[in-house]
Design a protein around this ligand. Structure first.
Ligand SMILES: [Zn+2]
Length: 262
C-alpha cells in the first residue's frame, strides 16, 4: 500500500478517490493522526495529515515515530511525503517543486530512531527511494535532485545559518523532512518527498515577499501538486526492488535484524 504524508494543502487528494475509511491507530509511541484510506487508480492509498487535524502540532512537536509506525502497521510500504520549503538556491524560486535526493539533518530535539534498545545503524547512502523519486519526477514539472536541509524550528533561519547551509551545499530548507525519512528507512519502507518552494530562505530573497504572496503561491500550486502526486501514484512500480527493502540487512550489531513487532 502507498501512503501519503501531507503537509497543509493536499487533503483534497482523498476526494479524488473512492471508498474512504478513516482510522486512528494506537502505537507504542502514542496515537496516530486520523488516516484516510481511499482507492485511486485501483490502488489503496493511505493519507495522513502530518500535523494532525487543523495544524495542531508544530514541526518540532510532531510525533514522527507514531506517524511512521502507524503507516507501517496499516500496511503501507511506500510513502510519498510533501514538504513546504524555503529555497537556498536563487535558480529555484517560489512555486517550484523539488524532489530531493539527499538531506542534512540539523534537528536536535526529536526522537530520530525506533531502535533505542538495539544497536541498529541503518545505511542512508541513497537517502530517498530511487523508484519513488522516479515516479514523482516523471509525473510533473519538478526539479530532479537537491539537498534538503532540516532545521529544528519553529523559528526561521538566521542569515548566518542560511549562508552556512548554502556553503554546505543545501538546496532547500524546511522543518518536517527529518527524522521522517530515516524512520521510514528503519522500517524498510520506501520514502520520497516532493517539496513545494514557498519562498526564498531568509536574507537571500531578491525582493521582499509578503506573507500574502507566500500563501498565494502555495494556494496556486496546490492543484498542480495534488495532480502530480495522483499521477505519481499510478507510476509507482508494484514490485519493490530497491535498497529500502533490505535496509536492516547487516545493519544491526549482534543480531539478524528483523524489525520489532512488525
Ligand atoms: Zn524504495
Amino acid at each position: 500500500m502507498i501512503g501519503i504524508i501531507g503537509g497543509t494543502g493536499i487533503y483534497e487528494i482523498v476526494e479524488m478517490g473512492e471508498e474512504v475509511e478513516n482510522k486512528v491507530l494506537q502505537t507504542p509511541y502514542g496515537e496516530s493522526p486520523e488516516i484516510s484510506l481511499f482507492k485511486l487508480h485501483g490502488k489503496t492509498i493511505a493519507f495522513m495529515p502530518r500535523h494532525a487535524k487543523g495544524h495542531a502540532n508544530p514541526p518540532h512537536m510532531i510525533n514522527y515515530r507514531a506517524n511512521i509506525y502507524a503507516l507501517k502497521k496499516i500496511g503501507v510500504d511506500s510513502i510519498i511525503a510533501t514538504n513546504a520549503v524555503g529555497s537556498l538556491d536563487l535558480s529555484i524560486g517560489p512555486g517550484d517543486f523539488v524532489v530531493p535526493d539527499d538531506f542534512m539533518d540539523f534537528t536536535r530535539a526529536r526522537n530520530g530512531t525506533f531502535y533505542d534498545s538495539r544497536t541498529v545503524h541503518v545505511d542512508v547512502t541513497e537517502p530517498y527511494c530511487p523508484n519513488l523519486r522516479q515516479a514523482l519526477i516523471s509525473a510533473g514539472n519538478v526539479v530532479d535532485g537537491g539537498v534538503y536541509v532540516c532545521t529544528e524550528g519553529p523559528r526561521f533561519e538566521t542569515p548566518a545559518e542560511v549562508r552556512m547551509f548554502q556553503k554546505l551545499g543545501g538546496t532547500v530548507v524546511g522543518m518536517t523532512g527529518l527524522p521522517e525519512a530515516v524512520l521510514a528507512r528503519e522500517l524498510e519502507m520506501c520514502y520520497a518527498s516532493i517539496c513545494t518552494v514557498s519562498n526564498y530562505a531568509a536574507s537571500i530573497s531578491p525582493g521582499k515577499l509578503t506573507i500574502d504572496e507566500v500563501f498565494q503561491i502555495v494556494e496556486d500550486k496546490r492543484k498542480e501538486l495534488t495532480a502530480t502526486i495522483a499521477d505519481a501514484l499510478a507510476k509507482v512500480p508494484s514490485k519493490r526492488d530497491c535498497v529500502c527493502t533490505e535496509a536492516l540487512n547487516g545493519a544491526e550489531i549482534g543480531n539478524g535484524g528483523d524489525s520489532e513487532d512488525l
